[in-house]
Design a protein around this ligand. Structure first.
Ligand code: PLP
Length: 438
């Protein structure tokens, strides 16, 4: 498997799932900035991810991680693809249920794990909850006892393995989940939580880990599964009836932003033999849950922006577009290289010295270019398509400099277009900020 940075073939806008002509037409109707999302690509990502794990001999469920993009039309699309949903807040649960979601298809992983939060989600019908702290487990047990629920529970463990990823969630002395091995005597350890669950009215369902996002080397999954198997084998000696109905390996499937990354098939080919061996050891074909946010939602979506100004500064050409990091926070936070393409496209010039800047009055508002980008020929009035922005973008939209949220248009599977999020008006923003309260 080839992993890592490779010279990426120079691309044109045809790499994204829309033609230049249709994108231009959509901006004529809806203006810029504008998100355009392709329903077919969303569905296809689910199929490709599922296909990647088809070598696993037990059942496989894909869970969409709603934190990446909570647009209701997108949720509804995934609902019809029979995915589960990975949720982490009562707000997400509200969106999910209002969009027609069944709470029984939710895996709820809270960060703060308060009594009130557990009470709220149990009342709403959620039945599968991931716990990752001793206090959280006490709260869940308390609510279940007091309000008469028998939720199924998974323990979120941190296998503390090395992870090559843009965002690493598993690490020594981390903050998510509990360590598998715990020599400190603290109650926040996997063995301690497991013993308490087994002695309670909660139903123990299995284990969950999340190693990171945009994982570039899937070996970390193998290392995590080794550690998990060791732990379960040890606990089975103490508790031979320990059920393991689900193993949830979290998210992390990467997206090609112009740098070669392993595909779901390559990842699946590497780790499904290990999962099959684990099922043999456990004498149980547990349900494998693969969570995914970025891979499922990123590639379907393009952000269209217009070039508003250009200037020459030294030997560089600075190009200002009407999208800034208020729409793509990851571009500054993580220096995420989203591929950008100028429309109408021009031939790529390797010596081009264009600096792409957003419209914000902030030093950090410049876009790193991806190896796949082609911003040559950027002139006032042209369009800039920024691709693969369906994940961790819309959810970060913010009103810095009184900027309003762009509209989102979906190209439906039948080829028609539908506005699925209306552009926020400046009057609405003024009202939301309390402007009408006197
Ligand atoms: C628990 C959990 N699962 C899944 C995901 C989704 O990860 P990704 O977008 O890399 O698929 C995240 C992201 O932060 C997460 O925290």
């Amino acid at each position: 498997m080839q992993v890592g940075r490779e010279t990426f073939e120079q691309t044109t806008v045809s790499q994204i799932p829309f033609s230049e002509l249709e994108l231009s037409k959509l901006t004529t109707e809806y203006g810029t900035p504008l998100y355009v999302i392709d329903e077919h690509t969303l569905r296809n990502q689910v199929h490709k991810l599922r296909q990647g794990y088809s070598g696993y001999k037990g059942p496989v469920r894909i869970a969409y991680s709603m934190k990446t993009n909570f647009t209701p039309a997108l949720l509804k699309t995934f609902m019809t693809e029979n995915t589960l949903f990975d949720l982490t807040s009562p707000g997400e649960l509200y969106f999910y249920i209002r969009s027609g979601g069944n709470p029984e298809n939710v895996i709820y992983t809270s960060v703060t794990e308060t009594w009130d939060e557990f009470s709220q989600i149990l009342r709403a019908g959620v039945r599968l909850i991931v716990v990752g702290s001793a206090n959280g487990l006490s709260n869940l047990m308390g609510v279940a006892e007091k309000e008469g629920y028998n939720p199924k529970v998974m323990i979120r463990v941190d296998p503390e393995v090395g992870v090559k990823a843009e965002v690493r969630a598993s690490r020594r002395n981390g903050r998510f989940g509990v360590p598998l091995s715990n020599n400190t005597g603290s109650l926040d350890g996997a063995a301690s939580l497991l013993r308490r669950i087994m002695a309670s009215r909660l139903e123990f369902e299995g284990f969950h880990f999340h190693l990171g996002s945009q994982i570039s080397d899937p070996t970390c999954f193998l290392n995590a599964l080794d550690k998990l198997e060791h732990f379960i084998t040890k606990m089975r000696k103490e508790c031979p009836q320990l059920p393991v109905n689900i193993i949830d390996i979290g998210g992390g499937t990467p997206v090609n932003y112009g740098i070669r990354v392993p595909t779901p098939l390559e990842i699946g080919t590497m780790i499904t033999p290990r999962l099959n061996a684990l099922a043999d050891t456990l004498k149980n074909e547990f349900t494998l849950v693969v969570e995914s946010g970025r891979y499922l939602s990123a590639e379907a979506c393009v952000l269209l922006s217009r070039v508003l100004n250009t200037k020459n500064f030294g030997d560089q050409k600075v190009v200002f577009i009407d999208a800034g990091y208020h729409l793509l926070l990851d571009a500054v936070l993580l220096r995420q290289e989203y591929p950008q393409y100028i429309i109408p496209s021009c031939e790529h010039n390797p010596n081009d010295k264009t600096v792409l800047a957003g419209r914000l009055c902030d030093t950090y508002d410049t876009y790193p270019l991806s190896p796949a980008s082609n911003v040559c020929g950027a002139e006032i009035g042209k369009l800039m398509a920024i691709s693969n922005v369906g994940a961790y973008s819309v959810v970060f939209n913010m009103p810095f400099h009184c900027q309003t949220k762009p509209a989102t248009v979906m190209r439906k599977a039948d080829g028609t277009y539908k506005c699925i999020r209306e552009r926020q008006t400046i009057e609405q923003l003024y009202g939301e900020e309390g402007g009408n309260l006197d």
